[in-house]
Design a protein around this ligand. Structure first.
Ligand SMILES: CC(C)(COP(=O)(O)OP(=O)(O)OC[C@H]1O[C@@H](n2cnc3c(N)ncnc32)[C@H](O)[C@@H]1OP(=O)(O)O)[C@@H](O)C(=O)NCCC(=O)NCCS
Length: 411
């Protein structure tokens, strides 16, 4: 095989890049002629395509995004998107070539980290990405839902709205929730546009997206829920149409619970499916927690730390302490080696150390540890973190964060 040539995508590549995406992911391009977010992404910084045999055969792009860290701080994290290689050219190293160029460029530009959502869980660990948010696919059996008297309510007004009508409120609601949610990314405007387009393709056999907005006493929007309804299942004698919650956004847990109450009480419906944080309070607000069945616990956001001290110093810590950590990073030598993590008043100073590390892990595992996705003893149990149990315990206390990271942005 001749060597691929890497170059920036050009506007006149649009159709051919869409064709690469279409055949790689197995979807039919939208017929409305409206560009989807990923097509626009080819014009963003860090986009590359690989040309071979006279045309593009693979590509990668990145949205400009940020991610919230434990403590509510936010760092720049370009969101890798639209990664595809023609099926006729796969497994010849094109992804590796494209991603290596893209990550190297991001690191040189001083980006602290980069994020992506992976089509398959076995691809990106080898490039130093670690899982930083998980989602639970919850199936709630409506007939078994009874809220405990102690379940919170904010007593908000709920107002039915058209999806296009709430478009202007969505970014503000999302950012309010993001400020309180580690692991959550910004949602690029272009991605909002795709969501609001509510294309047939995205409905996957269900209804249009219905929307209800929660407003506080002053009429300010404080939450939103969007859902679709499917067909009545054959052979079921009682009304039991399935519901899929597409968005459930509220910074205030009591408002969120009001939106849950609403969507779990729709007439003629049966099982309500939603993608929720692994530690969603809903089961604990019900008389019977088993009304919520978690059918899958899956990886969602993957993070590649490019500048380890920048990311570790940006997050906040629950307790003070000191520990020397060891990092293995085959791709970025600047991260490799021993680092002293010193926390005072919840803020960290991370500098090179000549001491023997008390704990060691590869850079992908450090992404999960620093985000607070997985605790150090769990990583030690999985063989991903080495060190004496006392050191692992000390690191666990320093990295602990009360809520699990979560992200609901598809990019
Ligand atoms: C996934 C995809 C981009 C891989 O491209 P590719 O050019 O075949 O990948 P490469 O040949 O550069 O492979 C790089 C490494 O990743 C591994 N890899 C690639 N695809 C993989 C997969 N689907 N599952 C597991 N490992 C995979 C290769 O084995 C190789 O490993 P190694 O270098 O450690 O030996 C391509 O197959 C594709 O477009 N698939 C459909 C769309 C998709 O899933 N895109 C990713 C969106 S997140």
């Amino acid at each position: 095989m001749s060597e691929p040539v890497l170059r920036r995508p050009r506007p006149d590549d649009d159709q051919v890049l869409m064709a690469v995406d279409s055949v790689a992911f197995g979807w039919t391009p939208p017929e409305d002629g409206v560009k989807s977010a990923w097509q626009h992404a080819h014009a963003e910084p860090y986009a590359w395509c690989a040309e071979l045999d006279g045309g593009p055969v693979g590509k990668t792009a990145a949205f400009s995004m940020e991610t919230t860290l434990p403590g509510g701080t936010s760092v720049r994290t370009p969101g890798v998107t639209s990664v595809a290689v023609l099926p006729t050219h796969r497994r010849r190293g094109l992804l590796r070539t494209l991603l290596t160029r893209q990550l190297t460029e991001m690191a040189a530009a001083g980006e602290p980290a980069t994020v992506l959502t992976a089509s398959e869980g076995s691809i990106y660990g080898r490039f130093g990405f670690g899982v930083t948010t998980l989602y639970a696919r919850a199936e709630v059996t409506r007939s078994e839902v009874e809220f405990l008297p102690t379940a919170p309510t904010a007593g908000v007004d709920l107002e039915l709205a058209e999806l296009s009508g709430v478009r202007g409120d969505l970014p503000g609601l999302h950012e309010a929730m993001r400020a309180a949610t580690p692991g959550m990314t910004t949602r690029p405007d272009l991605v909002w546009n795709d969501l609001v387009a509510d294309r047939e393709h995205d409905r996957r056999g269900m209804s249009k997206m219905f929307t209800v907005v929660a407003r506080d006493e002053s009429g300010t929007p404080v939450g939103v829920v969007g859902w679709r309804v499917g067909s009545q299942p054959a052979g079921v004698p009682v009304p039991a149409s399935p519901v899929r919650v597409e968005m459930l956004i509220a910074a205030d847990p009591a408002v969120r619970m009001d939106l849950w109450r609403f969507v779990l009480d729709l007439d003629l419906t049966g099982v309500v499916t939603a993608y929720v944080p692994p530690d969603d309070p809903l089961p604990w607000a019900l008389v019977n927690p088993n009304a919520v069945a978690v059918r899958a616990l899956s990886h969602w956001t993957w993070t590649r730390i490019l500048d380890l001290p920048a990311v570790m110093e940006a997050r906040r810590y629950p307790v003070d302490g000191e520990i020397v950590i060891g990092v293995v990073d085959d791709m970025f030598e600047a991260n490799n080696g021993a680092w002293s993590l010193e926390v005072r008043d919840g803020r960290a100073r991370v500098v090179r150390s000549r001491e023997e590390p008390a704990v060691r892990a590869a850079i992908d595992s450090w992404a999960s540890l620093v985000m607070g996705t997985v605790s150090p003893p769990v990583m030690a149990g999985a063989g991903r973190l080495s060190g004496h149990a006392d050191s692992v315990g000390r690191l666990a206390r320093m990295l602990a964060w009360p809520r699990a990271p979560f992200n609901d942005v598809m990019f």
